[in-house]
Write a protein that binds this ligand. Structure first.
Ligand SMILES: Cc1cc2nc3c(=O)[nH]c(=O)nc-3n(C[C@H](O)[C@H](O)[C@H](O)COP(=O)(O)OP(=O)(O)OC[C@H]3O[C@@H](n4cnc5c(N)ncnc54)[C@H](O)[C@@H]3O)c2cc1C
Length: 530
């Protein structure tokens, strides 16, 4: 019999499988496929994976009054490695304040010192080895071998605008402009599966099932004892002697709990799901980083798009990558950016910018823009006050979750994103940029007043694929898990992935998903030491 069953082989799930299978019999069940192939390896493959039917759940959020009744695309990784297989590979941990804040909210043991230990344990940093970084972990982290000229231009323009250079966003301070480190090895993507799972795949204690979707957690009274899963043809039931761990990502972890009878009574009753345990917080507290984009047309043809001229470069890049692992396709989509405060008295930066050598807008659906030569900078609000929710469309596990992102439902979020947009424009007005830019396309030079820009933001805001918080850790009545990540009011069941974040962090979420997996595994190993 298995000791532990892990549901979901994404970022956190792969770390958990690695750590727990050193000592225990572990079954990892992943809904998606194996993920070792050239498309996933190739950094620029991200652009195709954003819309992949095979490796992406391709969810959409509900339309929303705040956002001119738009539905918003919500890609999520599917397959071993989860979202780390389709992500943009930026390695950003967030701010020390984020984790100290989690602890201050009542989550003992989750302060920065503890999280730093797990960031370091997971990381094999090819550029740094100091009190913040380590070379001993599994995940390869590095700067890209050669920066795109546009990435350099952004940094230079940031300096010209008066911001400081930051040589390591994951070091002593986060503020300033600089280069992002990547979860890459030389010119290849390293997913969580590549780092944590494939190297230990042959372990006797580890069993991995792919293309198998868990439909329900099985309970004996208040104790989780197993799972039911569908392998594409039939349903199976499998039991665990110790615990079931849900690591299915923010949307699907909340969905699976509800399908299993754990969640708000009214929501379960609406779909005739027998109640196992009333937990009102399941699916609530959903958070994302709202994002607005400035795109500018370029005077020179050194950007990445779908024009005929670039198509030739892409074909050449394909050949270069296949033969020698260099060239256009070996580059990640964003290499530089920065962290900024919209007010001096804030405890941590509240705006992040990612610069792209492409006019990438509206998740790549905006084809007009993708065909032109140009740049974009993505401006994200790091600590939004708006909260959304995940609910069910039906009791059928094949149905997608009902996602209400509710971006910009809090007025302060609009104000701060507007301030961020102005920071972005200020940087783009510097000499380093101006000499290369033909014109600003979005929002467009003609939009100058705050009223016009707020309208623009509401009509165009998207997000940067960091959903968290729908199974939040805490002590209040809306908490779903406690600080040991055990589901409140039940036994034998934990949630260990991005959904447990009580508040979204100041940056991209993959590194934190690894650290959460590592810390979760440590707590489990301590509990079952004897
Ligand atoms: C397009 C995109 C770009 C991103 N870019 C970056 C970036 O550059 N840097 C960064 O730090 N972060 C980035 N992120 C975010 C980051 O990758 C995620 O926050 C992180 O991977 C989440 O980890 P997780 O373990 O919580 O969930 P996931 O990695 O999403 O894993 C969940 C896994 O569970 C599986 N699953 C779901 N339901 C079931 C079920 N019922 N049965 C079995 N298996 C199931 C899924 O298929 C998936 O493999 C990006 C995300 C996306 C989608």
């Amino acid at each position: 019999m298995y000791d532990f069953i892990i549901v979901g082989g994404g970022t956190s799930g792969c770390v958990l499988a690695n750590r727990l299978s050193k000592k225990f019999n572990v079954l990892l069940i992943e809904a998606g496929a194996e993920t070792r192939n050239n498309l996933i390896d190739t950094p620029m493959g991200t652009l195709l994976l954003y819309h992949s039917k095979k490796y992406n759940w391709r969810y959409w959020s509900q339309e929303n009054d705040n956002l001119n009744r738009r539905e918003i695309y919500c890609p999520q990784g599917r397959g071993l490695g989860g979202s780390s297989v389709i992500n943009a590979m930026l390695y950003v941990r967030g701010n020390a304040w984020d984790f100290d804040n989690w602890q201050a909210l009542g989550n003992a043991g989750w302060g920065y010192d503890s999280m730093l230990k797990h960031f370091r344990q997971c990381e094999r940093n090819l550029d740094f080895n100091d009190q913040f970084h380590s070379k001993a972990g599994e995940m390869s982290v590095q700067y890209t071998p050669e920066l795109h000229p546009h990435a350099e231009r952004f940094i230079l323009a940031g300096l010209q605008a008066g911001y400081t250079y930051n040589a390591d966003f994951n070091g002593a301070t986060q503020e300033g402009v600089g280069m992002y480190q990547m979860t890459m090895h030389n010119t290849r993507r390293v997913s969580a599966a590549e780092a944590f799972l494939y190297p230990v795949r042959e372990r006797r204690r580890l069993t991995v099932l792919t293309d198998c979707a868990v439909s329900q957690i099985v309970f004996d009274g208040n104790r989780a004892v197993g799972v039911r899963y569908f392998d594409g043809q039939t349903y199976h039931q499998v039991k665990a002697a110790k615990e079931i761990i849900i690591a299915a990502g923010t949307f699907n972890s909340a969905k699976l709990l509800m399908l299993s009878g754990v969640g708000p009574t009214e929501e379960l009753a609406r779909h005739d799901i027998p109640l196992i345990h009333h937990l009102p917080g399941v699916g609530q507290n959903l958070q994302e980083h709202p994002d607005v984009v400035i795109t500018t047309e370029s005077r020179i043809n050194d950007t990445i798009n779908l024009s005929l001229a670039t198509l030739f470069k892409v074909m050449k890049g394909f050949w270069q990558f296949r033969k020698k692992r260099y060239g256009l396709l070996s580059k990640p989509i964003s290499e530089s950016g920065g962290f900024f405060k919209t007010r001096d008295d804030l405890p941590a930066p509240d705006i992040q910018i990612q610069s792209l050598a492409s006019m990438f807008n509206d998740h790549g659906f905006d084809e007009q823009i993708v065909k032109k030569h140009g740049y974009s900078i993505h401006i994200s609000l790091l600590h939004p006050k708006s909260r959304g929710q995940v609910r069910l469309n039906s009791a059928d596990h094949f149905d997608k979750p009902k996602i209400e992102l509710n971006l910009l439902s809090h007025d302060e979020d609009v104000e701060r994103l507007l301030a961020g947009l102005k920071i972005g424009r200020h940087i783009l007005q510097q000499d380093a940029y101006r000499s290369h830019c033909k014109q600003e396309v979005y929002p467009g030079e003609q939009l100058r007043s705050d009223e016009q820009l707020v309208e623009f933001i509401k009509a165009n805001v998207c997000h940067v694929y960091h959903p968290v918080g729908a199974c939040k850790m805490g002590q209040d009545e809306m908490a779903v898990v406690d600080e040991q990540l055990k589901v409140c009011g039940l036994s034998g069941l934990r949630v260990i992935d991005c959904s447990i974040m009580p508040q979204i962090i100041s940056g991209n979420t993959n590194a934190a998903a690894m650290a959460i997996g590592s810390k979760g595994a440590e707590m489990i190993l301590q509990q079952y030491r004897h």
